[in-house]
Write a protein that binds this ligand. Structure first.
Ligand SMILES: [Zn+2]
Length: 173
């Protein structure tokens, strides 16, 4: 059971963001409601993608809308990814790490195979921004944030900001 009303945007260092998310057994009305709520949160926070753990739910589901509109929003349940092509470095942000933007290396092409809200499997090839979004959101399901992909220099550069987020979290703000 998922308490959809309790779903809300989670930020670093919330524990759920560092956990490997659990597979979804069956696409129920609960899951459909969760997907709707996740799309709402993504649109409200002006994101292009949102993963289950970011909504406080430890489940393997993410939503993506590369242009940030509800019409383009798509749901990916139990996604599996296959990366291909050259590695491209580009700046990324994350709704769970507000204020942090950093160059992250990703594969140019990412094919995702997932289940949709009707319980049917589908495959989609993402290139450029869409491929990057798939890899970023998939990372969330593995408990990885962009900070976990930082090199030493980036870690030093963002250390203060990360500590600020930790202090804010501890004080319950
Ligand atoms: Zn993110």
């Amino acid at each position: 059971m998922v308490d959809v009303d309790k779903c809300c945007m989670t930020q670093y260092p919330a524990g759920v963001l560092a956990k490997v998310a659990q597979p979804i057994g069956e696409v129920t009305d609960d899951i459909r409601r969760l997907a709707d709520r996740m799309i709402d949160i993504m649109i409200e926070t002006k994101g292009v993608g949102l993963a289950g753990p970011q909504a406080g739910v430890n489940l393997r589901i993410f939503v993506v809308s590369v242009d940030g509109t509800r019409q383009s929003a798509k749901v990916y349940i139990n996604p599996q990814i296959k990366t291909d092509g050259p590695v491209v470095t580009s700046e990324e942000g994350c709704l769970s790490l507000p204020g942090i933007y950093a160059k992250v290396k990703r594969y140019k092409i990412c094919t995702v195979t997932a289940t949709d809200l009707d319980g049917n499997e589908f495959t989609e090839v993402g290139e450029e921004l869409l491929g990057r979004a798939f890899q970023h959101e998939y990372d969330h399901l593995e408990g990885r944030l962009i900070k976990d992909r930082f090199n030493r220099v980036q870690m030093i550069a963002h250390k203060r900001h990360l500590r600020h987020l930790e202090e804010k979290f501890d004080s319950g703000e």
